[in-house]
Design a protein around this ligand. Structure first.
Ligand code: TRP
Length: 335
C-alpha cells in the first residue's frame, strides 16, 4: 500500500497556482491511493511570527479551502499539524540526524538568512527537519510537491536514510516526489513578466485568488498584460500571452482554446475577446469554489469535526511510527 502526504502553510490566500499546482492534485490522488494525508502546516508558519488574531482565520480558511476544492474526509485524513503531537516528537529525534552544515546550505534558509541576518530564529534553520517529520511520521512513499520543495524532500530522504543506516533498519520509508505530469502547466502572474503567480506579490491584481468576487476576477483578467499581437503566422508566444493561454487550457472548453489558438496562429486574434472569454470561464470555474469556501467558513463546528477526525487518524498512524522509532532507538528502559 502506498501512502501519500502533502501539506501547505496556512497563509490565508490561495490562488490559482496553489489550486492547479497542489490542491487539484491532492483531490485526484485521494481517488488513486488508499492511504492519503493532507494537512495544514501551522507550526511551519510560526517561523515567520504570526498574529494570534489572524492565524485562526487562516487555518480555518485553509481547511475550508481544502474541502471546498474537493478533499473528502472519507477518502483522506485532513488535519492540522499542531493537533498531532507525534510530529514534534519525531522532529526532536530526527534533529539528531540533521547536520548543521546541510541545514545552513539549504536554499530557502540561505535566502532568509540574507534578508534577516542574525535575527533569524532557529525554527527557520530546522524547517526541513520539521517537514521531514511531517512526512516520515506516516512513512509516506509519495509526496506531491512543486520544484521549490524538492530540496526539502531530498533532506527528508537523507535524514531517514541516516537513521536507517545508523540502526541498521529499513523502518523509515524514503519518500519520493510525485507528479501526475512531467511538466506542470505554469500558472503565471497576470503582469506578463513570466514569473509565477504568487500571494506575496505586492500587487494583488497579478493573481486570481479562490476567494475573489466575480467582479474582481473579470477586472483582473481584463487588465492582464498581453503584448502587441502576433507579427507573423504561428509566432512563438510571449510570456504574457502564454500565461493567458495556459489559464484558458485549465478553465475553458477545449473548443474555446482551439478557437483562440487558431486565431493566434493566423494573426486574427483580438486579445480583448480572449480576456473576456477567459474572464467568463474563470468566473464559472472559481465562483462555485469561492461560494463553497464561504459556506464552509460559516460552519466552524463542521470544520472542527473534520479536523478532529483527521487528527485522530493521523495520530494513530504517527503513534505506530513513533513506537517503532523509540523501540529501534532503545527508548524502552524499564521493560
Ligand atoms: N514547506 C511546504 C511549503 O512551504 C509546506 C510543507 C510543510 C510540506 N510540511 C510539508 C509539504 C510536508 C509537503 C510535505 O509549501
Amino acid at each position: 500500500m502506498q501512502t501519500v502526504l502533502s501539506g501547505s502553510r496556512p497563509t490565508g490566500l490561495f490562488h490559482l497556482g496553489n489550486y492547479f499546482g497542489a490542491i487539484a492534485n491532492y483531490v485526484k490522488m485521494q481517488d488513486d491511493f488508499d492511504n492519503c494525508y493532507f494537512f495544514i502546516a501551522d507550526y511551519h508558519s510560526f517561523t515567520t511570527h504570526t498574529d494570534p488574531l489572524v492565524l485562526p482565520q487562516h487555518v480555518k480558511r485553509a481547511m475550508a479551502t481544502y474541502l471546498a476544492c474537493g478533499l473528502d474526509p472519507n477518502k483522506a485524513s485532513v488535519y492540522v499539524q499542531s493537533d498531532v503531537p507525534e510530529i514534534p516528537e519525531l522532529y526532536l529525534l530526527l534533529a539528531m540526524f540533521a547536520n548543521k552544515g546541510e541545514l545552513e546550505k539549504c536554499t530557502t534558509f540561505k535566502e532568509k538568512a540574507r534578508q534577516k541576518g542574525q535575527t533569524l530564529n532557529a525554527g527557520l534553520l530546522t524547517y526541513p527537519v520539521l517537514m521531514a517529520a511531517d512526512i516520515l511520521v506516516h512513512r509516506a512513499h509519495k509526496v506531491p510537491v512543486g520544484k521549490d520543495q524538492m530540496q526539502h524532500l531530498e533532506m527528508a530522504r537523507n535524514f531517514a536514510q541516516r537513521f536507517n543506516h545508523h540502526y541498521d533498519t529499513d523502518f523509515l520509508v524514503l519518500p519520493e516526489a510525485f507528479s501526475y505530469t512531467e511538466e506542470l502547466i505554469k500558472i503565471l502572474s497576470l503582469d506578463g513578466t513570466g514569473s509565477k503567480m504568487s500571494k506575496s506579490d505586492n500587487n494583488v491584481n497579478n493573481a486570481v485568488f479562490l476567494t475573489d468576487t466575480d467582479e474582481a476576477i473579470l477586472k483582473k483578467l481584463k487588465k492582464a498584460t498581453a503584448d502587441a499581437g502576433p507579427q507573423e503566422p504561428n509566432a512563438q508566444k510571449s510570456d504574457a500571452v502564454q500565461g493567458l493561454f495556459n489559464l484558458m487550457q485549465l478553465v475553458s472548453k477545449p473548443e474555446t482554446l482551439a478557437e483562440f489558438e487558431a486565431a493566434y496562429n493566423d494573426c486574427s486574434i483580438r486579445y480583448g475577446d480572449l480576456k473576456v472569454q477567459l474572464g467568463k470561464d474563470m468566473v464559472d470555474y472559481v465562483g462555485p469554489i469561492r461560494d463553497k469556501i464561504a459556506e464552509l467558513e460559516s460552519k466552524p463546528s463542521y470544520l472542527k469535526e473534520v479536523a478532529a477526525a483527521g487528527a485522530e487518524t493521523a495520530r494513530k498512524s504517527g503513534r505506530e511510527t513513533l513506537d517503532g522509532v523509540r523501540e529501534i532507538m532503545g527508548i524502552n528502559y524499564f521493560a
